[in-house]
Write a new protein. Structure first.
Length: 289
């Protein structure tokens, strides 16, 4: 299990720089997500064709991979917008509520219902989120677009993690990545065109950032994370990915001079701790009969 864990650690580092690149605002959020997928696809598609590693196990796994690609593309798109309209720290931490949405989905639709610890962790996570964005926001119900998109990103991310784990049980990583990436390209391309996003006219720095996003934050990062997902429990991967929130916050403070108050720091750690609680197996409280 050493290789999957190393792959996961490196993958987390690769995606942690993504919010910083997006926050530079060198290209619109949706089109940034589109080119992230296009550049990654331009590398992986020729490789799998030349090496003959494109092998689809079944039609069901193929279409589930397509769904993964569309969901992940939308996830990245709304996350980009959330980052650009708020802070890299807030958007990343709100996205990390995805394990909570997984638990709610399991409670509503699956036979294996969440245990007591899930609900305990959910309450703690919501408290952390309130500290992070400020209690006034909740009292006034003043949820702006960035906040809503941050939450939506976490929901889409949860759907992607659950579905990709199932697909990777019967499909190789390179094939899955190829199908999902191309699906993301089509979905984001159509959406970007529909809302009138510009497909060109960026500065040299803007194109460089897009290339870094495509090669490092998408291709390299998600090849490694998908490899880890295939060989590890999805819950462990999901919890480990929470580390990107802390790394992104540190990088945002260091590189972007984002102001991080003591309340935000406390709120962020409470939120992450709450999510971590949802994965403990043994109950914290035992009621004696």
């Amino acid at each position: 299990m050493t290789k999957p864990r190393v792959a996961l650690a490196v993958g987390i580092i690769c995606i942690s720089i993504f919010p910083i690149l997006v926050k530079l605002n060198l290209s619109p959020g949706l089109i940034s997500a589109f080119y992230r997928m296009v550049i990654a696809s331009a590398i992986i598609v020729p490789y799998v064709i030349i090496t003959k590693q494109f092998k689809v196990a079944s039609r069901k796994s193929f279409w589930l991979s397509v769904i993964c690609g569309v969901v992940f593309g939308l996830d990245v798109g709304v996350w980009n917008i959330a980052i650009q309209q708020s802070t890299a720290t807030q958007a990343t931490l709100l996205t990390n509520l995805s394990p909570v949405w997984v638990g709610i989905g399991a409670f509503l639709f699956l036979k294996d219902k969440p245990k007591q610890n899930f609900w305990t962790g959910t309450v703690v996570a919501i408290l952390g989120m309130a500290l992070l964005v400020g209690f006034d926001l909740f009292l006034n119900l003043d949820f702006n677009l960035a906040f809503i998109f941050g939450i939506l990103s976490g929901m889409l991310y949860a759907v992607y993690m659950l579905t990709s784990k199932r697909v990777l049980g019967e499909m190789e990583v390179l094939t899955f990545m190829t199908v999902s990436l191309l699906s993301s390209v089509v979905a984001l391309g159509v959406l970007s065109y529909a809302v009138g996003e510009p497909f060109s006219g960026f500065s040299n720095a803007g194109w460089l950032v897009l290339v870094i996003q495509g090669v490092v934050c998408q291709l390299l990062a998600w090849l490694l994370i998908s490899f880890a997902t295939k060989h590890m429990r999805a819950t462990r991967v999901s919890v480990s990915l929470l580390g990107q929130g802390v790394l992104a916050s540190i990088l945002a403070w260091w590189l972007l001079d984002e102001q991080i108050s003591l309340q935000m720091i406390i709120g962020g750690f409470v939120l992450l701790f709450g999510i971590r609680l949802t994965f403990y197996e043994k109950p914290f409280f035992k009621i004696k009969k």
